[in-house]
Write a protein that binds this ligand. Sequence first.
Ligand code: MV4
Length: 451
Amino acid sequence: MFRKVLIANRGEIALRVISACKEMGIRTVAVYSEADRNSLHVRFADEAICIGPPRSADSYLNVPAVISAAEIADVDAIHPGYGLLSENANFAEVCRASNIKFIGPPPEVTRMMGEKSTARQTMKKAKVPILPGSDGVIANEGEALEWARTVGYPVILKAVAGGGGRGMRICRNAAELPAMFNQASTEAANAFGNGDMYMEKFIERPRHIEFQVLADEHGNVMSLGERECSIQRRHQKLIEEAPSLQITPKLRAELGKTIEKSLKEIGYWNAGTIEFLMDEDGKIYFIEMNTRVQVEHCVTEMVTGIDIVKAQLRIAAGEKLSSIITEPVTIRGHAIECRINAEHPEKFTPSAGKITAFNLPGGNGVRVDTAQYAEGVVPPYYDSLIAKLICHGKDREEAMNKMQRALSQFVVQGIHTTIPLHQKIFADEEFRSGQFDTKFMERFFERQAGR
Ligand code: MV4
């Protein structure tokens, strides 16, 4: 096992990784920007190194600064958390060249999955169901028209280098397609330095369902089941749960097997997430793969009892999955996570500042992952997630009731948070029914406005 690990992240996920290391007897090195001097990830790590000014580009995303810190502290490995450098294949290559173990998949696979149309073709070859769409990159507007005729309208144009909702256009007829294709491509070229586009059949009211996997470096892959992530706004997830009410044990087992086989073929290792869309007929299609630990990994941990971050560390140290997961994976009860963001409740604009009062809920089946504290400061430079509130119950009803109780005891003063929004969502009939899709928040806000 590693002797010492550097955590190339901040906030709750940095603390989450530090906690896993502590429990495993691994020494930890935090890195921090000048804005995070008083952060808990700095306080709770064994060592901490300042790597630059507040802006992420000058600190957490500064590869030479992070690698220098790793070399000075003489670490064996780097855990990138999520966001920041976690899906940067070049960073993983620099780690490899510096003899530092990158705790994540091989850079070649990260790069391939980062090219969304290549990921699609790769999954298709591995027999994972994909949506009807273009084979690879669309060369020009003429080819776009041909593909759309084959696929049938409506179609969605997506940027190969996009993901997470950026660089997409929904197209409903041939008249609007050429202009949309060129606009989207130009936009993608400016945003990602790559204007390549691909196309899929557009699903009108999809559910977002994703499968968590773990894979070792010896070719063994294991599915940990799915999460339902349809409650989102502007491509930011707000609530995630496990399991999904739409996935039967049979489908979970079958799709799990298909995924395991495909990732074995690809040569994947460490933690990963396969994203799917489910249409109104309950059919499920691969859209993207995330090659990192995700914000919402906790709901899977709660229902499976598997510590995903500890598994990541053990996998990266060369252990076999069979020694990490010694019993068949089962799904026990139901877990829901609310993302508590420092945001203005209606406008969703960031709400930075000093926290003047802070109380965390607790009790049976209640978990809070946070790096915030009373008198703590939420800096304006980073993403707005300040805590995750996760509730586990014997079923969805119990988990929801527990969440409402926990939300009512979660006190954050001095800044605005999404706590009041979550309270309203948990009182909403459509949410409580479990019968919703990715358009839920739009309908929810309309209902709220009409009250
Ligand atoms: C789609 C889609 C409908 N049809 N693809 C948005 C984020 C990116 N990961 C993929 N996205 C979508 N792709 C096809 N073929 C609808 C969305 C989408 C969406 C997906 C998941 C969760 C929320 C969403 C919100 C709007 C659109």
